[in-house]
Write a protein that binds this ligand. Sequence first.
Ligand SMILES: Cc1cc2nc3c(=O)[nH]c(=O)nc-3n(C[C@H](O)[C@H](O)[C@H](O)COP(=O)(O)OP(=O)(O)OC[C@H]3O[C@@H](n4cnc5c(N)ncnc54)[C@H](O)[C@@H]3O)c2cc1C
Length: 231
Amino acid sequence: MKVRLINYTKDPEKIVAQSARLCYSALGIEELREKLSDESIIKLVKKIMKLGHYSVLEHATFTFAIEEISRVTSHQLVRHRLASFSQQSQRYVKINKEGLTFIIPKSIEKNKKLAKIYIDAIKKLDGIYQQLLDYNIEAEDARYILPQAVTTKMIISANARELLHIFKLRCCNRAQWEIRELAMNMLKEVKSIAPTIFENAGPPCVLGSCPEGKLSCGKPWSKNKGEGVNE
Ligand SMILES: Cc1cc2nc3c(=O)[nH]c(=O)nc-3n(C[C@H](O)[C@H](O)[C@H](O)COP(=O)(O)OP(=O)(O)OC[C@H]3O[C@@H](n4cnc5c(N)ncnc54)[C@H](O)[C@@H]3O)c2cc1C
């Protein structure tokens, strides 16, 4: 899996702090921005996060380039309706003979016998896909034979508020391993740019108790033990 932050709002925490201060200040917008010190930005962002006044977080947007994830995971990701997505098309981009790449879950990979069955099955499906193309079947129809394991690439943009929501659901141990790995990588990227906004990002157990009841993994997240590590 490859996850890169390729674009983001300049000074994301400053624009968030500026927007928050604007609501309660008689100062002009530029003057207000100039008066914001690094210290006051952190203080204001912390206050916003504590009070839950999240609408100002929507002024900070982040764009990621994501490669080598399965279509299983891209399908889960696009359920987040407030994010924006562009995904490589299987209608317009044919998979060439050497080109089919796919994800093997570790649970299958670690069992040599099962791994072989899995890989052979995918290769067989790939062979049928290529055969359909050879018979001039359009890629949009030939792709029906492809497995969900096949990799895809996408660009996703989301504002900080939506990213916090995504991290809440997808960094949780209840989420599937691949999207969890993806969300952890995305969190790591944005945390280096906006550390105060994302300080407590992650599943609800970062700050409080788990709402999952009987479905809880029973392993509360420990933010002191490093990025994405659950106790
Ligand atoms: C562990 C796990 C298991 C899952 N299992 C399944 C499953 O079995 N089947 C399945 O179909 N899905 C499943 N999902 C997907 C899940 O149901 C959501 O579709 C997905 O997590 C997106 O969440 P969301 O709708 O809260 O967020 P987003 O679409 O990212 O929206 C963010 C927030 O905006 C608000 N919002 C967005 N759109 C609307 C709207 N139209 N009306 C009102 N408020 C809105 C809501 O407050 C929402 O929480 C699963 C998700 C997880 C994390």
